[in-house]
Write a protein that binds this ligand. Sequence first.
Ligand code: ADP
Ligand code: TRP
Length: 321
Amino acid sequence: MRVLSGIQPSGSLHLGNYFGMMKKMIEYQEQEDLFCFIANYHAQTSLRDGKILARGTLEAAANFLALGMDPEKSTFWVQSDLPEVQELTWVLSNFTPMGLLERCHSYKDKITKGIAANHGLFAYPVLMTADILLFQSNTVPVGKDQKQHVEVARDIAIKFNNEYGEVFTLPEPEIDDDVATVPGLDGQKMSKSYGNTIDLFAEEKALRKQIMRIVTAPIDVEEPKDPDTCNVYKIFRLFMDKEQDQALRQRYQAGGLAFGHVKQELFETVRDFFAPYAERRKELLDNPEVVRQILAQGADKARYAATKTLRKVRKKTGLVY
Ligand code: ADP
Ligand code: TRP
């Protein structure tokens, strides 16, 4: 089964990205045919500074590699190293009703927030569709917010296939209910754009500060507490196995639990969990040529798969004459 997903190289990495997407991708490489890329074209919808985008791309790649992405077991590349995806985007644009894009929540949300509507922002789901269809992906693991975009990809694939026969595999979104939405410091979805993140590779002091800012209910220490409505618990449980989870729930329910203490425990857990990865990440960032070489090999592997699809598309649609 081919599993594909991408991540934008914008900003630092947070627990929502890790538990919502990256962890699962890294686990997938053991059993499935995993395709994973850094979506730098997508990032251009919100990022203008070329230096920041270039640096962010390298960092995103180093993050994934440090966290366990293995280029031998997976196909791992940077989106713009395969400009072929833009050709498919164009072809697919002609199978994309305006209404389909107008209904996309992500676009509507951005416009409501006052972000200027431009064609890139509007057409973003078509580029994402091309990412997915170019590689004949079966499964696309994403956070809840991206589910609709995978459904758009499926709709467009169906329209194209109706016209030209079974060219594209129909993709399915995959959302892990357990971590569908990792809450942020304030209980809303953890997101860079809400400034409510806990960052994987933050310096110790900054990390502690973020965790201490998690919003909790004003309940006396002695009172029993409901773990299921507590932001600290909802984040902490992501790091726990069943037994640890049960033990923490009991401490909440028994009363006598101080949020400050649990936050300190959470801080130590996050810090210790990511420390070995941070070291590996630093090594990679100190040697960017190594990262670039890994990515170039990944792009070669991805191109091989992309070319097969594109050849069919060009032939069917009359671009080969
Ligand atoms: P952000 O919302 O911080 O801008 P991105 O949109 O770059 O994050 O998300 C990258 C990936 O991580 C996507 O697959 C997205 O669905 C997932 N993701 C982001 N935030 C969360 C979250 N809070 N919970 C679960 N998954 C998330
Ligand atoms: N749009 C996704 C995001 O912002 C990133 C992405 C781009 C993606 N292309 C993709 C995810 C294809 C899955 C499949 O998070």
